[in-house]
Design a protein around this ligand. Structure first.
Ligand SMILES: [Zn+2]
Length: 182
């Protein structure tokens, strides 16, 4: 059976996106569900992370526990292929893609002190916490939205002032006209 590859970022409409990964496979095994190709998906040529990283995310995402056995992640919760695939896309977007250039070629450095991704394409550093929220990016966004707000305010003020000036000028002009002598 040939392996079906899909865009890592979850944008299934972009035919030119070069970063692919295998579709997640989940099969029912008695009372359990087994995510059987996690090893493959986490390989360096695809997601390139430790299996535990995705396992931890899936535990949280599905509020259920997964255990790694016989090269599969096993859970007792009823999770279908679509739900699992969607979760993996969320994981990739939160924990893998560079926040600056969106490239998935990032290296995760995670020790007791720091947890961050270094982008091998653009060199950007994304600090991440356990929820996958990029702290640096969040701060940047905050700063950017503050700047945008300030710029917008200035533009609005300017327009308002211009309007006012315009009206004042018009009424002044009107005052100057001697209607009786027209
Ligand atoms: Zn980058």
């Amino acid at each position: 059976m040939s392996k079906k590859l899909i865009n890592m970022n979850g944008d299934l409409t972009d035919n030119f996106y070069r970063y692919k990964m295998p579709c997640a496979i989940i099969v029912r095994q008695g009372a359990f569900y087994a995510f059987t190709n996690i090893d493959d998906i986490m390989k360096p040529k695809y997601i390139n992370r430790d299996i535990n990283s995705l396992k931890k995310f899936l535990n949280k995402h599905f509020h259920t526990s997964w255990s790694y056995k016989n090269n599969s992640l096993i859970t007792s919760a009823s999770i279908n292929q679509n739900k699992l695939q969607e979760a993996i896309f969320i994981y990739v977007n939160k924990f893998i893609l560079c926040s600056k250039c969106k490239c998935p070629e990032t290296e995760n450095i995670n020790d007791k002190k720091d947890n961050y991704n270094k982008c091998l394409a653009c060199g950007n550093i994304d600090e991440i916490n356990e929820n996958g929220i990029r702290i640096i990016n969040k701060i940047n966004n905050k700063i950017n939205s503050k700047i945008n707000n300030e710029v917008n305010n200035i533009i609005i003020n300017k327009v308002d002032n211009n309007d006012k000036l315009e009206k004042d000028k018009i009424s002044e002009d009107l005052d100057d006209i001697d209607f009786d002598n027209i």
